[in-house]
Design a protein. Structure first.
Length: 290
């Protein structure tokens, strides 16, 4: 089952490159039904009903045990709250336009090779300096140090409700955008004009920069208020795939911290000026390569 999932989900143009050019990349079989970037591989609503026996929930359904909040400030305990239905509610005590502190809630455990799934929906209210801007949050991963920082060195699968045709790149955030945080962290990816493009040359992203992105080229998010599903397929530092509502939207390979290949880290959910629910975070560990 695990090997079948790997072969199906990872059989994408990015990793069909020769292994000799990119050591450590898993060779994959062909994708059934001609599926590739931008094409659905599963029904996210069906996934919500049953995660399969290999997936392990990361919430116990009653509290936030197993998770740690980055900030320990007065009133910060209301920033993330456990709600019925395995939901983490962000900024649930605030009203539209209130001031809000950025924060993140990370797993206490570290993970290396896995499939991570979480559903999310925007609740409507926006806060502080972002009260009149598009909504933004994110899933951080491969976070190995400075866990109390906002933001720590990590890779991010950004969540955002900006339209694809928004020309304001400084304030444009779309679900599936890759952001590399930390001057010593970098990835290799197909990129053209700062956007993921499987037909474009591979370049390094993040080298000698505190923050750099490779944005999506398609919009896969549902309207505000509807549930979306994010899926991260992570094989250590060798390769990573982002999926939004069953569509492949971003990929990267050769994740490095300095000269060393990244092997894993914590996973974290962001609070960033917009009310959001995260539902049913769950993980399936993948086997080490033979």
């Amino acid at each position: 089952m695990l090997r079948t999932l790997l072969r199906i989900r990872l059989a994408l143009p990015l990793i069909l490159l020769s292994v000799s050019c990119h050591p450590g990349i898993i060779e994959a079989a062909s994708v059934p039904d001609g599926q590739g970037p931008g094409q659905k591989t599963s029904d996210p609503n069906a996934a919500n009903e049953s995660s399969g026996p290999e997936f392990v929930p990361l919430l116990n359904g009653s509290d936030l045990s197993g998770w740690t909040q980055a900030k320990n400030d007065e009133g910060g305990e209301l920033r993330f709250t456990a709600e019925p239905g395995r939901i983490i509610r962000v900024y649930g005590a605030l009203s539209e336009g209130d001031d809000a502190e950025n924060d993140h809630l990370h797993t206490e455990a570290e993970y290396s090779r896995y499939v991570f799934r979480v559903e999310y929906r925007w609740l409507g209210p926006r806060f502080g300096a972002r009260s009149d801007r598009h909504r933004e949050a994110g899933v951080l991963f491969h976070m190995a140090s400075d866990t109390e920082d906002v933001w720590p060195p990590a890779l991010e699968c950004r969540l955002g409700d900006s339209p694809l045709d928004d020309a304001d790149d400084l304030n444009k955030w779309m679900s599936g955008d890759l952001w590399v945080h930390g001057q010593d962290l970098s990835v290799a990816a197909h990129t053209k004009d700062g956007h993921f493009d499987p037909a474009a040359p591979i370049q390094r992203i993040g080298t000698d920069k505190q923050r750099e992105s490779n944005r999506v080229s398609l919009a896969a998010e549902k309207p505000t208020g509807e549930w979306n599903e994010i899926e991260l397929i992570v094989n250590g530092g060798e390769e990573v795939t982002f999926m939004v509502n069953g569509q492949v939207v971003n990929q990267m390979i050769d994740v490095r911290r300095g000269d060393e290949l990244v092997t894993g880290g914590r996973i974290s959910l962001e609070a960033k000026w917009a009310a959001i629910d995260y539902r049913n975070p769950r993980i399936m560990r993948l086997p080490d390569p033979e």
